[in-house]
Design a binder for this molecule. Sequence first.
Ligand SMILES: NC(=O)c1ccc[n+]([C@@H]2O[C@H](COP(=O)([O-])OP(=O)(O)OC[C@H]3O[C@@H](n4cnc5c(N)ncnc54)[C@H](OP(=O)(O)O)[C@@H]3O)[C@@H](O)[C@H]2O)c1
Length: 336
Amino acid sequence: MKQIWIRRVGGPEVLEVREADDPVAAPGEVLVEVKAAGVSFADTMARVGKYGDAPPLPCVVGYEVAGKVVADTTSSFKPGERVFGLTRFGGYSSMVSVPPAQLYAMPDDMTYTQAAAIPVNYFTAYLALIRFCNVQPDERVLIHNAGGGVGVAAIQLAKRIGARIYGTASAWKHPRLRELGAHELVDYRTTDWVEELNRLTGGPGMHAVLDPVGGRNLKLDLKVMAPLARLAAYGFSEPVRKGDRPFFPTLRSVMGMPRTHMMTLLGNNWSIGGLNLGHLWTEGSRMRRVGEDILRAWDEGAIRPEIAAEIPFDNAAEAHRMLGERRNLGKVVLLP
Ligand SMILES: NC(=O)c1ccc[n+]([C@@H]2O[C@H](COP(=O)([O-])OP(=O)(O)OC[C@H]3O[C@@H](n4cnc5c(N)ncnc54)[C@H](OP(=O)(O)O)[C@@H]3O)[C@@H](O)[C@H]2O)c1
């Protein structure tokens, strides 16, 4: 099989395709021939040494795949069946062995590329928007990084609920994000987004905020939150900057986070939560219900992943470059 290895901390050029022996299905697992593998921002953070959950380098990352079942020691799936699901690392491989609890049968009208773009983005967006923030039809939701894979998923799920959608993203992404369902967008790189959103809503008016940026951004979020607002924090992209050494920007970012006291939450009627999909690996049936509702949303036609690019394994560096240089609108998918 083929695998993409991160050889050491560094730029996209440290990614390398290597050949390895084909794996066998581990007891209690399903062997899948991978047809498409999703690229997540976390993969790029692992490559630059800023992702604490990643295996020690050198390693093969990748949180999600879609493909065909080769063998199943659990009889949950049939050989040849099309499946997609979460892998806790190792997804950048042309074959993977995965527990059946992490896999879902693909609907007939779903392509492998679309399927590989679903697990990380849609599970994260679903948990943040629906489980944490419990967004209601008459509420305003702010989605930061609205043009990323998770952001697009959150827009589609918020539209399904009927909420009013505000987003921050680089300006060139705005026209497409409006087509997808965002109502108001702010280019946070050139505009004071707090001032602009408070102008648009007539005061701190957000009922829910989805924040993958972290650091000081979380402090600013508090300035746009209305009474009864919920904030879901699920990322830390702020300290990832080209050429940075890992330690100081990360420390600066951690120091910039709000130290919100319980009395502040009580006084403002706010709820603040943190989310890490990678730490929910053992939450079997509770996560299964999330996956099943995401598949219902697919059947309704409410969700369709936005594919920024399909890139062959041999050109994996370009996939990472696209994310780092902010050239992706939606998901980048690797093809073995
Ligand atoms: N906790 C979890 O379980 C979980 C799960 C999935 C994702 N996440 C987090 O959610 C965030 C979004 O993930 P994703 O997969 O949707 O992202 P993505 O598709 O890789 O999005 C990349 C986009 O992020 C924006 N961005 C913001 N800060 C950036 C920076 N410092 N460097 C480069 N791009 C930056 C850029 O868009 P603009 O220029 O338009 O802003 C860029 O195009 C990441 O922080 C990721 O780690 C967390």
